[in-house]
Design a protein around this ligand. Structure first.
Ligand SMILES: Cc1ncc(COP(=O)(O)O)c(C=O)c1O
Length: 375
């Protein structure tokens, strides 16, 4: 039996056809017709006027902060419970990530903590340069609350929707909130280009400036003229071709991930001590990963034992993101709260969720989890 990975790529004939088309056209460069089309098709899907295809989600996050003028001495509010890239881009610019705890009902950044902190900072004249939200495991943050608080104090919002392509909040697509939105097409995401990212915005001017910065900030003259520091961040035409094929299959993949989530709920829901990541009524998640909390007292074993039992059967599961305030590299970063994300990390496990998983795989995974329970 082959190993079951957490969230492996799911590519098919359409991706292969488009990739070969790119190859045969000899547009083998970080520009070309597939890059242009991938941007236009993603922007269209999201209902935004502009998108920029980049080498990674991290590159897109980095540019988004640069575009807002974030720099040394600034603070940026970020959730503690996220992949480290969200905070690292703040650090790249010499700014300071301020780590904010999760709300227990959504696991996303706590809007009350954000509102309190902004009010306090406004009194002290020390507003953050931006709020960087994360749509965690495909669940949108609470944008009505967050955008409201930020608008009150004129703080720009960037949406890290790296994990959330296809999710929505109040009927609007993830990535379309705030000044800029970011997606990742890393190999484990709901759609992949092997590596890649996209920066989107309602502000065409911001995306045009990002395009210039992402191509080494070259001036529009025939010789190589540079007045600013730029980056080599554009996505390859070959990878954009793969991304176009993946995007065409996004709805099928969303349906499959939702079905996987439902199947786990029915196969594991009766086990004492197992709870699923809550789904907020305000949106529809893309179910990128199905995550559970394991209460060792009620279940009779912890998530580590479940993970090991699955690993013994060559099945990959992973702990939920270790909060950044518990990471050695961010030990000195200021933190607001921390108990909620810390408790989620103590008990959290991400189950295999790839869109190629069959019902028989889900039954096998669930049966193994049942054998670990000692209620
Ligand atoms: C929340 C979040 N932000 C940022 C990233 C970084 O994206 P990339 O790996 O494409 O640089 C990821 C995933 O990789 C992520 O999960």
């Amino acid at each position: 039996m082959t190993r079951i990975y957490l969230s492996p790529p799911d590519v098919g004939e359409e991706e292969r056809r488009l990739l070969l088309d790119a190859f045969d056209s000899n547009w083998i460069a970080p520009l070309g017709p597939h890059v242009d089309a991938f941007e236009a098709e993603l922007a269209d899907r999201l209902g935004v006027p502009a998108a920029l295809a980049l080498t990674s989600g991290t590159a897109a996050l980095h540019l988004s902060l640069l575009l807002l003028g974030v720099g040394p001495g600034d603070d940026v509010l970020v959730p503690s419970q996220t992949f480290v890239a969200t905070a690292n881009v703040v650090t790249y610019l010499g700014a300071r990530p301020v780590l904010v705890d999760s709300h227990p009902d959504t696991w996303t950044i706590d809007p009350d903590l954000v509102a309190e902190d902004l009010a306090d900072r406004a009194r002290r004249g020390r507003l953050p340069a931006a709020l960087l939200t994360v749509d965690l495991y495909g669940q949108c943050a609470d944008y009505d609350r967050l955008l409201g608080s930020c608008a009150e104090y004129g703080v720009p919002v960037i949406e890290d929707a790296a994990e959330a392509l296809g999710s929505s909040y109040g009927g609007k697509e993830a990535g379309s909130f705030g000044a800029l939105g970011v997606f990742s097409f890393n190999g484990n995401k709901i759609i992949t280009t092997s590596g890649g990212g996209m920066l989107v915005s309602h502000d065409v001017g911001l995306i045009e400036r990002a395009r210039y910065l992402s191509t080494q900030a070259r001036q529009p003259v025939v010789h190589y003229e540079h007045t600013e520091i730029g980056f080599n961040y554009r996505l390859s035409n070959l990878l954009a071709a793969v991304g176009r094929g993946q995007l065409r299959g996004l709805d099928d993949r969303l349906a499959r991930r939702a079905a996987i989530n439902r199947a786990y709920r029915s196969l594991l829901g009766d086990l004492p001590g197992i709870r699923f990541m809550p789904e907020a009524a305000y949106g529809v998640p893309n179910h990128w990963l199905t995550c559970i909390l394991v209460d060792p007292d009620a279940f009779g074993a912890g998530h580590t034992e479940i993970r090991q039992a699955l690993e013994d059967e060559d099945i990959e599961a992973r702990p939920t993101w270790k909060p950044l305030h518990l990471q050695p590299v961010y030990a000195d970063a200021p933190v607001l709260g921390g108990a909620v994300s810390g408790a989620i990390y103590e008990q959290g496990l991400c189950l295999p969720s790839g869109s190629r998983l069959e019902t028989a795989d889900l039954e096998r995974i669930s049966a193994i989890i049942h054998t670990v329970a000692r209620p």
